[in-house]
Design a protein around this ligand. Structure first.
Ligand code: PEP
Ligand code: MG
Length: 766
């Protein structure tokens, strides 16, 4: 059964259409467990019923007709209990409901298993037997395993069908499932960067996924044939050259034999002819290639020969090479970007974002990530409305579709209706009005009604951010992430290159303060020229741990910062990921050594202010020993929350646990602020919590000394502070600290903002 499990999952993942996916599952499960019937019922959110979607063994003319609401039938009982039900005679159960039209009378044995996705029951998978028998434990666990693995395939197929239905309404006449026809159901993700985008999707296929290549009809068959043949020829030549090279490098012939196998595949008539046939039938080259490769994979996976099974990976690799080559022949999707483009991708790199910076696109929608992923932080800095973690995003299928992305709620509408476009266009114009109004606050202080001032600094990392920071009224740079200039290069930047970068930052802000953070690579910030491969990168070699292990890299950076500060005297150096006093002492020692060296070389440098990031929870309990060594503290809430809550800040599956308003997080931050104040040291928040209006009310109540926000959030945070009294914030904090969860806290704070007419801070519109 284990072998068939892998086959079923593989086959299902390469099947595109929802009805085909479901039909395949029931057929394969029935064969694998030798049941007399196997059926799938899916929950239809529109009419609140479980609908029979596919069956093998029952009367299949009833597919789409049999419906059961909660409270009726055994199928719904499985969903209600979210637990399998295994009965030797279902007909004796009080909840059994006989559907004579299904010819169900002859069935007795029954096993039903819920199909769940992220705690939601999508449907029920049922197997039945004519004999009155209990299904064995093996069978039950087989069905549970299948159901668990298929939930996301069903979700993806549903999303694909929905999009298909929107782009080809006429083709979809045979749809039986009304939830899919619920045209304007948005895809749900996480808010990444505030704002609303209305535009056209441009798909970027960053990670190759054969199944993600859509079908596309073509006009010019000859051109697609040419694209395919050219790509094939380039790959063939590359493989030949590589095999020759490896042989001349002395690699044994048997190790190079795999390339001969590749060449045979590349030259095989089945690969070439089948793909060409599919192009001639009207599919574009990439779609035709996908069909051929999928067919090969299916053929090989059906053979119970381990050697041939191993070759599946080779076929996929070859498919990838040919496809990549086709992308090179075609225009790069980035060249198609314009002001109304919405990038749709799995993930995008800092390099791509740096390129996009000059184009001013409308929005970004990503399958991966969460609010504090670095891509979301960059997007926020660039003011691009962004939605992240849209798990059911069929990337390649969306290319060219009209789209609305709401960076406040995380909703993404595909081919939105006229009403939705109208509604969002209205919200966009309200947003513009609000931004214009907020700009009037640029030169005003971030002062509460009762006279408490909270200086607002900007987070940055890209040079272009400086002008925008000034325009938005930043009183300095509270966090300059130096890793970005490292990420967009092909090697470590040298002392002079770094000096030039930091000089631009400090000169453009002087005399306002600039906090330069030392290199914080690792985690999700990788340098392609310095790969770090670890099982748990966020718990591994990151930030100060890397730079202390590489004093040559660290000291080059420290020297560049010090030299760049000459004449500006606004340098603050911040150390990331410090978890104990020794790391801090060692960092300060290297800083002092750099200073002494530069003074000896004749540079007239002043001592910078030294700060430490509080982002590893162990520091919460070491304030007293750390404080005498530093001039200031900066709370990195992005990592602090990730480590306190044990939730990977990039993992969309657990994003719901990443909650800055969780009482534990609030109590921890309050303790940090109270303890630093006891030690007479200033403390700021530079994590994304400082850009979240709800959290800022509470930080104000905790008497935070300053905030460093994303540039585009800064005017909104100032507006918020100017509408509260410090006393009011303290009272709200006291009330919040009696509450038991983030949900309650959020509800109360949202009501406060709406009451004050500040709702535009947390949702689209005024
Ligand atoms: C943080 O962790 O809050 C922080 C500001 O650092 P980064 O997001 O760059 O890890
Ligand atoms: Mg951090």
């Amino acid at each position: 059964m284990l072998g068939s499990l892998q086959h079923i999952v593989q086959e299902v993942n390469s099947t595109k259409n929802l009805n085909q996916v479901l039909a395949l599952i029931v057929q394969r499960v029935k064969e694998s467990i030798t049941a007399d019937a196997c059926s799938i019922y899916l929950y239809d959110k529109n009419d609140l019923n479980f609908t029979l979607m596919a069956t093998q063994g029952l009367n299949n003319t009833q597919v789409g007709q049999i419906k059961m609401g909660y409270g009726t039938g055994l199928v719904t009982l499985v969903a209600e209990q979210t637990d399998p039900i295994n009965l030797s005679d279902a007909q004796e159960h009080p909840r059994f409901k006989l559907f004579t039209t299904l010819n169900e009378e002859r069935f007795h044995g029954f096993v039903g298993v819920p199909i769940s996705h992220h705690r939601e029951v999508l449907g029920v998978l049922v197997a039945q037997s004519e004999a009155s028998i209990h299904f064995s434990q093996d069978v039950v666990y087989f069905i549970i395993t299948i159901a668990a693995q298929l939930a996301s395939a069903i979700i993806n197929a549903q999303a694909r069908n929905q999009i298909e239905a929107l782009s080809h309404p006429k083709k979809n006449l045979t749809r039986k499932y009304s939830a899919i026809s619920q045209k304007h159901r948005p895809l749900m993700g996480q808010p990444g960067a505030p704002g609303v985008a209305l535009g056209k999707a441009i798909s970027i296929n960053s990670s190759f996924d054969l199944n993600a290549i859509p079908d596309k009809s073509i006009e010019n068959i000859a051109q697609e044939e040419e694209i395919f043949r050219c790509a094939l020829e380039v790959v063939r030549k590359d493989v030949k050259a590589l095999s020759f090279q490896l042989l001349s490098d002395g690699l044994p012939t048997e190790d190079v034999a795999i390339f001969d196998a590749y060449l045979l595949m590349l030259e095989s008539n089945t690969l070439i002819d089948n793909t060409i046939e599919r192009i001639q039938a009207g599919n574009w080259a990439a779609g035709a290639l996908r069909e051929t490769i999928t067919e090969h994979i299916k053929l090989f996976s059906e053979m119970d020969n381990p050697y041939l099974q191993e070759r599946i990976k080779d076929i996929k690799d070859l498919g990838q090479c040919i496809y990549n080559q086709m992308l090179d022949i075609n225009e790069s999707p980035l060249q198609k970007l314009s002001h109304d483009s919405i990038i749709v991708a799995d993930d995008i790199s800092a390099t791509v974002l740096a390129d996009i910076e000059k184009i001013h696109i409308a929005g970004i929608v990503l399958k991966n990530g969460s609010r504090t992923s670095h891509v979301a932080i960059l997007a926020r800095a660039m003011g691009i409305p962004t939605v992240v973690g849209v798990s059911e995003l069929p990337i390649m299928q969306l290319d060219g579709s009209a789209m609305v992305a709401d960076g406040y709620s995380g909703k993404v509408y595909i081919s939105p209706s006229k009403n939705i476009i109208k509604e969002y266009s209205h919200l966009i114009s309200q947003e513009k009005e609000l931004s214009a109004q907020l700009l009037e606050l640029t030169d005003k202080p971030a002062m509460t009604i009762d006279g408490v001032t909270i200086p607002l600094y900007a987070n940055s990392g890209l040079i272009a951010g400086m002008t925008v920071s000034q325009e938005n009224g930043a009183e300095g740079i509270g966090l300059y992430r130096t890793e970005y200039p490292f990420m967009i290069r092909q090697r470590f930047p040298g002392e002079q290159e770094q000096t030039a970068t930091y000089q631009t930052v400090m000169a453009s802000m002087a005399p306002k303060p600039v906090v330069l953070r030392t290199l914080d690579i690792g985690g999700d910030k990788s340098l392609n020229y310095f790969p770090i491969k670890e099982d748990n990168p966020f718990l591994g070699w990151r930030g100060i741990r890397v730079t202390l292990d590489h004093p040559e890299i660290f000291m080059t950076q420290l020297r560049a910062m010090l030299i760049a500060s000459i004449g500006h005297n606004n340098l603050h150096i911040l150390f990331p990921m410090i978890s104990n006093v020794d790391e801090l002492e060692e960092s300060i020692k290297l800083l002092r050594r750099s200073q002494i060296g530069l003074l000896a070389e004749g540079y007239k440098i002043n001592a910078p202010k030294i700060g430490v990031m509080v982002e590893v929870p162990s520091l919460i309990f070491q304030m007293r020993t750390i404080a005498p060594l530093v001039d200031f503290f900066s709370i990195g809430t992005n990592d602090l929350i990730q480590y306190l809550m044990a939730v990977d800040r990039n993992n969309a599956n657990v994003a719901y646990l990443y909650e800055s308003l969780n009482p534990a997080v609030l109590i921890a931050i309050k303790k940090i602020i109270d303890d630093t104040h006891k030690e007479n040291k200033p403390v700021s928040v530079c994590g994304e919590m400082a850009s979240d209006p709800l959290a800022v009310i509470l930080l104000l109540g905790m008497s935070i000394d300053s905030l460093s926000t994303s540039v585009t959030s800064l005017p909104k945070i100032k507006w918020l502070i100017r509408n509260f009294t410090h006393q009011e914030a303290k009272e709200l904090l006291a009330e919040v600290l009696t509450m038991k969860n983030a949900h309650e806290i959020k509800k109360m704070l949202i009501a406060q903002l709406e009451n004050k007419g500040l709702g535009g801070l947390i949702r689209a519109g005024h």
